[in-house]
Write a protein that binds this ligand. Structure first.
Ligand SMILES: *Cc1c(COP(=O)(O)O)cnc(C)c1O
Length: 381
């Protein structure tokens, strides 16, 4: 049996977690939370990195901070994880789903521009598989129309656009450290504040601390703390931050291991692509990816589904990805229907994801690739 995903341990997770216990401060914003925030601010170069309990919660925070309200519109891809849309819906704002680009599978900026109205308050770009849209153009669109840019960089930690880390380019960026992502702590995330806006930073601290100015109090900037804004509790326990620090310290090692898996898949499936049987991931020149996932696009939905079956028979876990949100029950309720986003619908029906994690061996990869060659009746290279 080959699993789809498996967390990688560097060995120091348990050491740091043990140490966090001896410090007798298990709640949020302790020693290790400060360490990982500092790591993110220094390494990724952002003004403020705030640990959250998940990327979903970072997205929720970003939508509170964008001051979304009923009647506001937010443009986002339909080809994404549910959390991107939930954060908008929870504020009572409207999801305006945009189509994706055929080649990159990320939000189509021509479609975005078509969908901008005077009600558009924000655009959420999702960096699928560590690939981004043209961020320069997206930021220009944001400026031109006075729209807030939020990056759902859940899958893009340590991936870059023109040398800059994804998640640090939009006004706000959201990271995930969920077990299935590249750098993990079980459940966790971060909100990055990139805009040159000190009010946004202090508001983010307040929203994250139950709507209180407790962060100012801890820094000695006020002598009491109190309820100053709408907020909730988005701080993870310091024990989880301790786990994450061990992962961050080995960020490049993990990236190399994942990269070796990705590249082996990429090389070994070249022949299939040349024969027109599958399409491999397209990586724009402006991106350095983080090897978050490896997918293939088949020529038909039927072929994709049969391929999923073929893997299942070999006890290899391969999966489809994202049932489009606009044709999900919630999307239909919003008034969307099949046919509204043709590229999204077409590609999601033909995409298959293969197992990818740091510990996947060459032997396992070759076994997976052989299933592909056998399926298509092609002799393996
Ligand atoms: C994983 C993921 C999320 C959610 O991350 P959590 O940390 O599990 O909340 C959001 N958006 C995208 C694109 C994701 O891949």
């Amino acid at each position: 049996m080959i699993k789809f995903n498996e967390p990688y341990y560097t060995g120091n997770e348990i050491v740091y977690m043990q140490d966090s216990l001896t410090r007798k401060k298990l709640c949020g914003d302790g020693f290790y939370t400060n360490k990982v925030s500092e790591f993110m601010e220094k390494t990724f170069k952002t003004k403020k990195a705030l640990m959250t309990t998940s990327c979903s919660m970072a997205l929720d925070m970003s939508c509170i901070l964008a001051e979304l309200k009923e009647g506001d519109e937010v443009i986002l891809p339909s080809y994404t994880f549910v959390s991107t849309a939930n954060s908008v819906v929870l504020r009572g704002a409207k999801c305006i789903f945009a189509d994706i680009d055929k080649q990159t599978l990320v939000i189509d900026l021509d479609d975005v521009e078509k969908k901008i109205t005077n009600k558009t308050k924000a655009i959420i770009a999702v960096h699928y598989a560590g690939v981004s849209c043209d961020m320069d153009r997206l930021m220009e669109i944001g400026k031109k129309y006075g729209v807030i840019i939020i990056e759902d960089a859940a899958q893009a930690v340590n991936a870059k656009y023109k040398g800059r880390y994804l998640g640090t380019i939009g006004d706000m960026g959201c990271y995930s450290f969920h077990e299935t992502k590249n750098y993990v702590c079980g459940e966790g995330g971060a909100l990055l504040i990139n805009a040159d806006n000190s009010k946004l930073i202090s508001d983010a601290e307040i929203v994250r601390e139950k709507g209180t100015n407790r962060s100012n109090f801890y820094r000695g900037q006020v002598d009491k703390y109190t309820w100053v804004k709408m907020g909730s509790s988005y701080l993870p326990s310091d024990i989880l931050a301790a786990f994450l620090l061990a992962q961050f310290e080995k960020m490049e090692e993990i990236n190399e291991l994942r990269g070796a898996v990705f590249n082996r898949y990429f090389d070994r499936t070249e022949k299939l692509e040349k024969l027109g049987l599958v399409r491999r991931p397209f990586i724009p020149e402006y991106n350095d990816i983080n090897y978050h996932m490896f997918y293939l696009i088949t020529n038909s939905n039927e072929e994709r589904n049969n391929l999923l079956e073929a893997f299942k028979k070999e006890q290899i876990v391969a999966t489809f990805h994202y049932l489009p949100l606009h044709t999900a029950p919630m999307g239909l309720e919003m008034g969307y229907k099949e046919g509204d986003l043709p590229v999204t619908e077409d590609l999601s029906a033909r995409l298959i994801r293969l197992p990818l994690y740091a510990d996947l061996t060459e032997e396992q990869i070759d076994k997976i690739v052989k299933v592909l060659y056998d399926f298509f009746g092609v002799e393996m290279i």
